[in-house]
Design a protein around this ligand. Structure first.
Ligand code: SPV
Ligand code: MG
Length: 546
């Protein structure tokens, strides 16, 4: 992180530094667009619930700074109070904080132990100017990189020693080699510091901390000659107000919902702490424990025909006799050895839960289709996988049969449709995903060919009278099949294929077939149901066992 702060301090524009007290607040400072982090001794002490008075040791502050540095890419200035002792202590302090990755540090001329500049009724004494100048010289001599910024801070105005003393100290520290001088003030307005800046006759840049004179603008600070403004404790103070407010509200109302609209969503927390990275790394590096493929369940869509049943939760979370559809699916997959299950959520995603599964979100579910949802889980498609819709209940034996298929792409086809349609049973409402294979199930008895029959056509365009069966919304891809699917997605995306965002899974299966890919039917005869309508849901309750 060396070499990044000094050019900022020596630039012509003022740099804004946000105070952070831990890694998360540092991320928020960075997210808000500040140019640097001030690792605040006041804040780092406050989150341990101790005063800012050298109560915490160098080691404790160093640990906090290390975590802050690890969490952000912008330069971090370590607030090192008085350097934790004399010039000899400062040598070690510089070594430690530079090695921890700080871009620079700040050392103030308070005696050890220091007291926060704003505390009233406490002893306040400064070390002699020569002593502090010696500490600054020691700091610049101890740094390994010349880019590691040493900021000297004078508390002369805080201690009531007046402008002349402040200028004299600041000049001495600049001459001792400081890269910048922080001149601290607890005046209620900017006049005191403006007076200081007007008399400042050195090229060494000035730093201000507008805490007690908050009405000054950064433009005014810049015009007065300051090159850095540190907003040292505002994130911490904002957090205290928000935490207190939320806790009191929950306590008085007895309900967490009373604060739901003013707390960060869990997803926001996940994003801040790097859960997407964790998920990606799991997929890259974790051994899943077996050679079983993973399963990808698409449960993102909103289906208006099921309102108001799905007002509060998506279809996959509907309960059938005490267990949700998703839970039933996960259990059935688990019985077949599939433990790595990825669920693509969208509509009411916060309601989608199931033990032991991983989630991927399709936040554009309202304007996208199944294929888009499937490719939201693209990282899960880098090996063999079973695909299924989030609205089917099925016997585990169907998955077992599918897993035994030796095909790169296999789809489960219910041959009962053929007989039921010919027996005059209604095919149901809405378009069905029907299938034409190369072997029509002629006659009363039928044994599919070894290895399954190839699918010729699949999707809602297949008319019931020509269909040989119904696709149940479950398919398996070998590693090779998955690679072909990904290649096709890549081809269609690159070609900006019209309607791709809304494409269905059967459309992509048909596109694979049209490109010569063998898609094999795994035949079943009943043993599953789809929840697409109220009537389906009612039937599921009547027929499914607990
Ligand atoms: C800190 O944030 O710890 C500082 C700035 O040193 S101040 O609290 O304003 O002294
Ligand atoms: Mg401090």
């Amino acid at each position: 992180m060396g070499d990044v702060l000094l050019p900022l301090l020596r630039g012509s524009r003022i740099v804004l530094a946000g105070g952070a007290h831990d890694a998360l607040s540092a991320r928020l400072v960075e997210e808000a667009g500040f140019g640097a982090i001030w690792a605040s001794g006041f804040g780092i002490s406050a989150v341990q619930a101790v005063p800012d008075a050298n109560i915490l040791t160098l080691t404790e502050t160093l640990e906090a700074v290390r975590r802050i540095v690890d969490a952000v890419a912008i330069p971090v200035i370590a607030d090192c109070d008085n350097g934790y002792g004399n010039a000899i202590n400062v040598i070690r302090t510089v070594g430690e904080f530079e090695r921890a990755g700080a871009a620079g540090l700040c050392i103030e001329d308070n005696e050890f132990p220091k007291r926060c500049s704003f505390y009233g009724s406490v002893r306040r004494e400064l070390v002699p100017v020569e002593e502090h100048a010696g500490k600054i010289a020691a700091a610049t001599a101890a740094r390994r990189s010349a880019g590691f910024a040493v900021i000297a801070r004078t508390e002369a105005l805080i201690a009531g020693l007046g402008l002349e003393e402040a200028l004299c100290r600041a000049r001495a520290y600049a001459e001792a080699g400081a890269d910048a001088v922080l001149v601290h003030s607890k005046a209620r307005d900017f006049a005191e510091l403006a007076g200081f800046a007007a008399s400042w006759d050195s090229a060494v840049p000035l730093v201000a901390v507008p805490t007690t004179y908050p009405t000054v603008s950064t433009a005014e600070l810049e015009a007065a000659g300051f090159r850095m403004a540190i907003f040292a404790n505002h994130a911490l103070r904002a957090a205290i107000v928000a935490m207190r407010d939320a806790l009191r509200s929950i306590r008085s109302t007895g309900r967490a919902s009373s604060v739901e609209d003013r707390v960060a969503s869990l997803e926001e927390v996940y994003a801040l702490v790097g859960v997407p990275e964790l998920q990606a790394n799991e997929q890259r590096f974790l051994f899943t424990g077996s050679s079983a493929p993973r399963a990808v369940i698409i449960a993102a869509g909103f289906e208006p025909q099921l309102m108001p049943l799905i007002r509060e939760r998506p279809k996959a979370m509907l309960e059938v006799k005490g267990r949700t559809i998703l839970e039933r699916q996960v259990t059935a997959l688990g019985r077949c050895g599939i433990r790595d299950v990825v669920v693509v959520r969208g509509y009411r995603k916060e309601q989608v839960t199931a033990p032991g599964v991983r989630f991927v979100d399709n936040d554009r579910f309202a304007e996208t289709g199944e294929l888009f949802s499937l490719f939201c889980a693209e990282q899960a498609l880098d090996g063999p996988f079973v695909f299924l819709y989030g609205d089917i209940i099925f016997e585990p034996v169907i998955v077992e049969k599918l897993l035994r298929a030796r095909a790169d792409v296999a789809v489960v086809v219910d041959r009962a449709f053929y007989d039921a349609y010919r027996a005059g049973l209604s095919p149901g409402v809405g378009p069905l995903d029907l299938v034409v294979t190369e072997t029509p199930p002629n006659g009363r008895r039928f044994v599919p060919p070894e290895g399954g029959s190839r699918v010729l056509r699949i999707g809602p365009e297949v008319a019931p009278e020509e269909a040989h069966g119904e696709f149940i919304g479950m398919a398996a891809f070998s590693a090779e099949g998955a690679a072909r699917l990904r290649a096709l997605w890549e081809e269609l995306s690159t070609g900006r294929t019209e309607g791709l965002d809304r494409a269905s899974v059967t459309q992509v299966l048909q596109a694979l077939i049209d490109r010569g890919q063998a898609v094999v039917a795994v035949d079943i005869h009943k043993g599953w149901m789809e929840i697409d309508t109220f009537e389906d849901y009612r039937r599921a309750w009547a027929e499914v066992t607990r």
